[in-house]
Design a protein around this ligand. Sequence first.
Ligand code: NAP
Length: 546
Amino acid sequence: MVASQTVADELDPDRLGHFDAIIIGAGVAGMYQLYRLRELGMRVRVLEAGSDVGGTWYWCRYPGARFDSESWSYGYSFSEELLQEWSWPEHFAAQPDTLRYLNYVADKFDFRRDIQFNSRVVAAHFDDAASRWTVTVESGEHVSAPMMITALGPLSAFTLPNIPGRDSYRGPAFHTARWPHEPVNFKGKRVGIIGTGATAIQTIQTIAKDVEHLTVFQRTPNWAAPLHNSKITDEEQKKIKASFPEIYERCRQTVACFIHNPDPRKTLDVSPQEREAFWEKLYSEPGFGIWIGNFKDMMTDEKANALATEFATKKIRQRVKDPKVADLLTPKNHGFGTRRLPLESGYYEAYNQDNVLLVDINKTPIERITPEGIKTSDQEYAFDLMIYATGFDGVTGPYDRIDIRGSGGRCLKDEWVDMPRTLLGMQTEGYPNMFMILGPHTARGNIPRNIEEVVEWQTGLIKYMREHGLTRVEPRSEAVDDWVTVVNEASAGLLSSKIGSWQTGVNRNVEGRNVPRVLGYNGGAVRYRGKIEKEAAEGYPDFRFG
Ligand code: NAP
């Protein structure tokens, strides 16, 4: 069935009101929630802004997009059949493979029949008397159900820079989160890119080989370390497929659900030689080891972090030939690992190419975007194509972009303006029957692992309600206060809490988002799991039912 037919059929007024639940988003989270609610025999409608499944992997199809986490630790774990059928081609899969995987899952479990595509949600209002959510999409059409699950993704509200003249540029210009579906030809093109976050790093290292000339406009350099990706051999594939129980058990035991976990030693417990050898080893190994598998005090102790920062600085100097460029690429305002560490494959070496230029826009600020390209304080640059790798209004941004009204018409965006208030990152008081997947204040790390955990827990709660004839749930106010305290305390000693990044909700393109906020539970996945399991085992004492 084509998407438009689905929309028309399901928005037939005769059918309105027959859904048991509405899920917003058909990415990794929305699809899994659909699977679990179907198991309960519920009639579910998923509303998705895109024209197909995949969420972040549907939208972020920019050149070079790929996992920074091991493919075989990223896929869904709920179906042994799926685990055995699907073969990841590389240890860190490229976006086309991940999207192919999510399409494969959608086909296998026939998800599309419950998904309404091209339906961006703009409003969700709770009707107290009827105890129902009415969810409105951009076209003005709406659906309603007693329960609403937000599977919005923490990184879906992309942001463009507020630079004068932005719309005057005459050539093609793309944000990386709205990349065209057709191939973009870079051959012989002069390209300008704004941003040097994880997305820009992947884009730059990939297109630098093809473009005639690339100009990178950098405001804040980020630390980055090698990904060391490789193909999965037949031998490895067999081993991986035989080891899923161990792989997932490992992910359950680690602090962020990746296969990596902090080294139990402190940085100064070992000699300088031993330290150096350890860091060299981590730097030469695939994945997040250098970030998550580092000494356990790297993220909490200034001195320890300064030593790791020194090591990472040395690495940049070794790889970038021009010392001035190396210096420019070295972050000065945050220590190593205090922002989410991008992994790269030849990023630094791209700056050794004659056709790549790094522009420090702190020294020569961008004054405006012109019909030809970019004008900085000292020069005009002409481009055939421009790329905005300017990131996202993280975590709360996707919620702010929907007019969410709870009991008595209260407005979520207003209530969360300074700091979100949630219980376990799953629900918020005054918004009955609104279930969040990876909302603010959940444990976040290896995203599908976190998603599966939250979805299974929320499904358990919904099942409990159905079994006990309960129709309404929301968290107790005092339990929300307690959780906010726990969340704040868990972030208090972390060096990253003071640093502006999407993880702390800082985005200078969004008004009022200049100050770091605590948007995740940083006490570790194991502790988080302990808390949610206890809550369920005790019959959900922190929730009020109706
Ligand atoms: P980001 O890390 O927030 O980076 C955005 C970049 O744009 C920053 O360098 C920022 O500079 C710059 N920027 C924004 N507005 C600007 C302006 N007005 N003028 C000049 N520069 C501006 O966003 P991202 O790179 O898209 O990455 C976000 C997250 O997505 C990552 O941390 C990661 O969690 C995820 N991601 C994952 C993968 C993967 O798994 N492999 C790949 C890509 C992204 P400032 O720092 O100065 O604001």
